[in-house]
Write a new protein. Structure first.
Length: 608
């Protein structure tokens, strides 16, 4: 059987998943009359809504007498933990680049990993049908990128195809014939990508993708390095240190045929398969025959850079909107998530009602929270904090630094540079990127970037594009100015009254609407000054039996500040929490009682 294993690498939103759709359709994987959802590889609701790939997935197409296993990789930096291991599972890579935007940071991140493991890339310039497409310049940018990443002579001699995944065609030139559809790409993959290298010996495989299945338990996907495997076969799992983690039987072997998984009676070296039946083996472990003693060399898992506390919802409105509210339910759900997501670390906090969850970025954690609220969970979450490391040699604390690339109109570049310097960022590069736009490159502490996305869009009237990538650890950069305004806090429980809110408008903008349920200690607005202020939003108008000549006008309120989950996480300070339920996102103080807040403040000052 002819076999090719290939990964698709691209920046978020450059068209990977759409390209896979077209390959599946034009290889005859789908029947002529079969109704297929768009972006078939983005399987969960959040992936579809946000238009990003969160989980790495595999599919398989049959082209003439060759089967091509295609792995769709995440393009977002927060999910980069998945990417590196996937590249060890394939023998070739399609580097997909937008014909207008050119290579962006995530392309750079994944390409550097691909070149390091020796993959020979095929460059596909997608979206050449865009009115602002500039394919020739983009090819030069790709070549410069490869050269900057120390690509070998062989890797620099990459084949190029141009086309539009959306329209379903590829050709040798930007204005080439569209009649052949995707055939030029299929033929190039078969010609350019080497068949999988197979080692001699008994069954061995490195775990690459882990997921939890309600029927089959843990499912591990990987490429078989040597030997063959059948259901019911006895295997063992070795850790990176060579110690045996567990022994057990394989209950099922699944292979990708199209986007469906099909059970196999036997799988051979070179193929990408998923195995079930083991309970402890995870990503980067070696799954092998009991006779094997040395593990395969695996890519270590990236350390988390951001952590948050997930706390039981203890507000007066707890349990009114969700059905999963206990600490046990939250704990079990988070541990289940950590089983299937290797980039997450979940530990119990000192407070028994809280869990510390660490991940690769606030987007990854926000997506976990959003998923949980849709499943009916209620919980409170703290502000994201960065994970610091201590330098053994100097004893200094170090913090995660990210490479940030911002594409912005020239007129807005001044405010971006100013805001980034306030956030302790260091500018590395500034160059024109065509069409009166500049590309600014910074090294910035992760801490300073929490919540900056929304502010950036406001400052640049929605025209800036920001891309981030983990760069490394560096010495702690010092304090960063937080939120300058205090908040308005409700001093009572009940339903907000329009009249009361109208009278309080000069105190600052509200975050609630009339009729919303509020409670003591809940944040209902932003104060115009830098201190917190307790207010009463429940106070109705005193009714009298005297009529006035001026008719009572209907109260007209200024529209409230709308808080999305990401905006709320970025907005709160260390003494505040976001209460997340299936229907609402509320902001609140950690201590709901004013006296408790004063005591906590005094204790904090005493420590300082």
């Amino acid at each position: 059987m002819n076999l090719r294993n290939v990964a698709i690498i691209a920046h978020v939103d450059h068209g990977k998943t759409t390209l896979v759709d077209r390959l599946l359709q034009q290889s005859g994987t789908y029947r002529e009359n079969q109704k297929v959802t768009e972006r078939a590889m983005d399987s969960n609701d959040l992936e579809r809504e946000r238009g990003i790939t969160i989980l790495a997935k595999a599919a398989s197409v049959q082209w003439k007498d060759t089967r091509i296993n295609i792995v769709d990789t995440p393009g977002h930096a927060d999910f980069g933990g998945e990417v590196e291991r996937i590249l060890n599972m394939v023998d070739g890579a399609l580097v997909l680049v937008d014909a207008a935007e050119g290579p962006l940071p995530q392309t750079k991140f994944v390409v550097s990993k691909a070149l390091k493991v020796g993959l020979k890339p095929i460059v596909v310039i997608n979206k050449v049908d865009r009115p602002d497409a500039r394919p020739t310049e983009v090819i030069n940018e790709v070549f410069d990128l490869f050269a900057a990443l120390d690509a070998s002579e062989e890797q620099l001699d990459f084949p190029i195809l141009y086309g539009s995944a959306k329209q379903g065609w590829m050709a040798d030139s930007p204005d080439g014939s569209q009649d052949a559809g995707m055939q030029p790409l299929f033929d190039l993959i078969v010609r350019h990508v080497a068949p999988p290298t197979v080692e001699q010996g008994p069954f061995r495989m490195i775990g690459t993708i882990l997921e939890a299945n309600p029927y089959l338990g843990r499912i591990i996907t990987g490429r078989i390095t040597s030997g063959a495997i059948k259901p019911n076969q006895q295997v063992k799992v070795l850790g990176a240190d060579g110690k045996t983690i567990e022994q057990g039987r394989i209950t099922k072997i699944l292979a990708f045929r199209g986007i469906e998984r099909t059970p196999l009676d036997e799988a051979e070296a070179g193929d990408i398969v998923a195995i079930a039946g083991l309970t402890k083996g995870t990503v980067a472990d070696t799954f092998c025959d009991p006779s094997v003693e040395t593990p395969l060399v695996a890519q270590p898992i990236d350390p988390p850079t951001v952590s948050m506390s997930f706390i039981v919802n203890n507000s007066p409105l707890a349990g009114t909107e969700g059905d999963k509210v206990t600490s046990r339910m939250i704990r079990d759900r988070l541990l289940r998530e950590a089983e299937g997501n290797v980039a997450l670390r979940v530990v119990e906090a000192t407070d028994k009602d809280a869990m510390e969850v660490s991940g690769r970025g606030e987007l990854q954690l926000a997506i976990l929270i959003e998923t949980m609220r849709r499943e009916g969970f209620e919980l409170s979450v703290s502000r994201p904090r960065v994970v610091l490391q201590k330098d053994e040699a100097t004893g200094q604390w170090q913090e995660p630094i990210e490479e940030v690339v911002i594409d912005v109109d020239e007129e807005h570049s001044g405010v971006v540079v100013q805001k980034m310097s306030e956030r302790k960022a260091e500018m590395i590069e500034m160059r024109p990127s065509g069409g009166n736009r500049l590309r600014l490159v910074f090294y910035a502490p992760t801490r300073g970037l929490i919540g900056y996305q929304g502010e950036l869009l406001t400052d640049t009237r929605g025209t800036a594009i920001m891309n981030r990538l983990f760069h490394g650890y560096a010495n702690y950069k010092g304090d960063i100015q937080g939120r300058r305004n205090g908040v308005l806090i409700s001093n009572d429980q009940g339903e907000a009254v329009a009249y009361a809110m109208f009278k309080l408008e000069d105190r600052g903008p509200m975050m609630i609407e009339p009729g919303w349920k509020v409670y003591k200690g809940m944040i209902v607005g932003e104060h115009t000054r830098d201190n917190d202020l307790e207010i009463n939003v429940l106070k109705g108008k005193q009714l009298t039996n005297i009529r006035t000549t001026s008719k009572d006008e209907a109260v007209r309120l200024t529209p409230p500040i709308r808080m999305t989950l990401e905006k709320a996480l970025a907005y709160i300070e260390d003494d505040e929490l976001v209460e997340v339920t299936p229907k609402s996102i509320r902001l609140r103080k950690k201590f709901l009682d004013a006296n408790d807040r004063k005591r906590a403040e005094k204790a904090k000052e005493a420590v300082a």
